[in-house]
Design a protein. Sequence first.
Length: 379
Amino acid sequence: MNKVILFILSIVYLTSCKKDNTDVIPEDLTKIERKITGEWLSTEGGAGGNNYQSIDSPKNFQYTFEVSSNNQSVDITLSSSVIDVQYALFDPLGQRIDLSYANRTFNKNYTLNAGKYRLVICAERKAVGKFTLILKGVKASPELINFQKLQSGTQNWGPLGGGGFINYLYTYKKTLKNHFYTFDIIEDNATIDVELESPDVDVALVLYDELGQYLGYIPRGYRYVYKIEATKKGTYTAVICTEDRGAIGNYNFRAFGKISNLQRVPSQSVTTKGAWTAGSQKDTYGYAYDSYTVEVTGNATPLDIELFSSDAFVELYLESSSGVSIDYNVQSFLENKIYTFISPDLPKGTYRIIAHSHRGGYGNYTMNVFGQFANFRKE
């Protein structure tokens, strides 16, 4: 009898063990939806764009997701009720696998091997609206790649306007009548997206890298311009320009990417009025002039000087403290009632500005000086 009972108990035990083992069924990831939503806002400049140059813009939404095994079926559905959206899919080596069509809804299935993939959700530049992304077959919910969004807020070039865009020998001629900003790139091989927008005037945007090398200007003649650039770590400089010198208006500058510490570069301006009269000091030819001294406080920065008169033709000169001419002004021989002189980058030190009447003319004048300076005074 005891043997029979032991036999029955053994069968029950083995049956129960077999049942426990067969109940462990691998999770079918293709039936699990990973759903997320995102939204581009007008206050942040909208989407980053959907052409080949702008797909990697950090204004677009970028995610990573993991595939846990080889030959895994992965289903991607992207939709929006308000704008056309599309996605770019990149493999674990960073190579693009696919770029979807732009549409309100798009779905496609892929067979992917194990690894971590990148998915970029994009839309037409400046597009505003929400989207929904659904993934099936992935290990967990996609993780958003975080980028920083820095803005100047609404700024103004002031009552004298901006410095204009001056393209000299295929490089930008710097003037602090425009506005300069610096920002830090905190990660190597990161893409940045910088943009400038004005409701009032056409603009231009100039970029310098961490070594101070000129990276070119962004297409001008528009009220909205942008540039997407692959970068290295370091401090970069953006110059916010009006297209035309003296143009007056507001602007907003934005920068996106692995960035931090957006700062406006400080600068000064001064306006002075004077007159050339019979009692003014004269040069060796008997022509009237006034001289001013100014201390340049920035290291390797230019001075921008404007001189104009409604009464007389003008000449303008800049000298070092020892009397050496700075970038001698050939056009001073011409008859101008308005003249602008932008110096090359100057070391710190004291300089002399000579506001000169042309060939002995008399009359009133106004002079504006822009730069990083102090102690401006008439001699």
